[in-house]
Design a binder for this molecule. Structure first.
Ligand code: CP
Ligand code: NVA
Length: 307
C-alpha cells in the first residue's frame, strides 16, 4: 500500500522531523537523491491557479531525476467529465506519484483510495500541508527549533489555519489562531489538532482577538482573506476582517525577534501591511524557496516508504 500525504496529520512527529531533516540536506545538496531516475514521470494536476506550487514541484521533480507532467484540469477529462477513481486507475499505471491541487478534500481521498502510487495534496479547500512543511523548515532555520515556540495565525479560519493547527500540533508548537466572528476554523480540525498538540507538549487555541492571540509570539503568520473560489465574497470579507491586518501596531504585541510568514500570494494593505511584509522580520522569500526543498524531501520519503 502506498503512503499518501493528504493532510498535515498523515505523518507522525518523527516522520515530520525526518522529512524536514532531509529537506535541509537537499537544500545544500540539491541533486543528491534520484528516486525518479529513468526518468519516471510525476503528474501534477491543477484545478486552481498556482505559481509557487507549480514551479516548485516541476523543478523539484526534475532535480530528483524525474519528468514533471503538469496537467491543468480544464485541458483534461477531470472535473466532472471523468470520475476521480477512473483517473487514478489510469495514472497509477504510468506515473510514480500524483500531486493534485483541488477543491474538495474528499476528491483527494478518493484519488488516494484508488491509487497504488502516492498522492500528495497540493492544496485543497481544507488543507495546504506542503506549504506547512516549507513553513516549518523556515521556522527551524530561523529559530533553530520548533517544539515550544509560539506561532500565531491571524486571519481567515481557512485551509492555512487548519494546516497551521495540525502541522504545528505535530511539531509541538503552541498555536494560537485569531479570526473574526463567523470565520473560525472547523471545530473537528481544532479538536483533532488539540489532541495531537497535547501528546506533543504543544497547544492550540482559537479566539477572536488578534492582540491577545499574538501576545509573546515567536512566529506570526497570515494568509489572504479571500481564498481561491471565494471571489464573490470579497467585499463582505473585507468588511468582516477589518482590524485583522498584521501591521506594525499588531506586531508590537509579538516578541521583538518574531518572524513573519505568509504563504503568498499576498495582498498588501489587507491581511498584512507592506511595511511588515517587506520589513526586516519577514522571512517570506525563504519560505517560498523552501517549498522546493520541503516537497523534494516529501517525494523522496514517499518513494522510499512505498518500497
Ligand atoms: N503558496 C502557494 O501555494 O502559492 P501558489 O498558489 O502560487 O502555488
Ligand atoms: N488560502 C489560500 C491559499 C493560497 C496559497 C487559498 O486557498 O486560496
Amino acid at each position: 500500500m502506498a503512503k499518501h500525504f493528504l493532510r498535515d496529520d498523515d505523518i507522525t512527529t518523527g516522520e515530520q522531523k525526518q522529512i524536514l531533516d532531509l529537506a535541509l540536506e537537499l537544500k545544500t545538496s540539491p541533486y543528491s537523491q534520484k528516486p525518479f531516475a529513468g526518468p519516471q514521470t510525476v503528474a501534477v494536476i491543477f484545478d486552481k491557479t498556482s505559481t509557487r506550487t507549480r514551479v516548485s514541484f516541476a523543478v523539484g521533480i526534475a532535480d530528483l531525476g524525474g519528468a514533471p507532467l503538469i496537467i491543468d484540469s480544464q485541458s483534461s477529462q477531470l472535473g466532472g467529465k471523468e470520475s476521480v477513481a477512473d483517473t487514478a486507475k489510469v495514472l497509477e499505471r504510468q506515473v510514480a506519484q500524483i500531486v493534485w491541487r483541488t477543491y474538495a478534500q474528499a476528491g483527494l481521498e478518493e484519488m488516494a483510495a484508488n491509487s497504488k502510487v502516492p498522492v500528495i495534496n497540493a492544496l485543497s479547500d481544507d488543507f495546504h500541508p506542503c506549504q506547512l512543511l516549507a513553513d516549518l523548515l523556515t521556522i527551524q532555520e530561523h529559530k533553530g527549533k520548533l517544539a515550544g515556540l509560539k506561532l500565531t495565525y491571524v486571519g481567515d479560519g481557512n485551509n492555512m489555519a487548519n494546516s497551521y493547527m495540525l502541522a504545528g500540533a505535530v511539531a509541538g508548537l503552541q498555536v494560537s489562531v485569531a479570526t473574526p466572528v463567523g470565520y473560525e476554523p472547523d471545530g473537528d480540525v481544532v479538536a483533532r489538532a488539540s489532541e495531537i498538540a497535547l501528546a506533543n507538549g504543544g497547544s492550540v487555541s482559537v479566539s477572536n482577538s488578534p492582540t491577545e492571540a499574538i501576545d509573546g509570539a515567536d512566529v506570526v503568520a497570515t494568509d489572504t482573506w479571500v481564498s481561491m473560489g471565494q471571489e464573490s465574497e470579497k467585499q463582505e470579507r473585507f468588511r468582516a476582517f477589518s482590524g485583522f491586518t498584521i501591521d506594525a501596531a499588531l506586531m508590537g504585541h509579538a516578541k521583538s525577534d518574531a518572524i513573519v510568514l505568509h504563504c503568498l500570494p499576498a495582498y498588501r494593505g489587507y491581511e498584512i501591511s507592506a511595511e511588515v511584509l517587506d520589513g526586516p522580520q519577514s522571512v517570506i522569500w525563504d519560505q517560498a524557496e523552501n517549498r522546493l526543498h520541503a516537497q523534494k524531501a516529501l517525494m523522496v520519503w514517499l518513494a522510499q516508504s512505498g518500497k
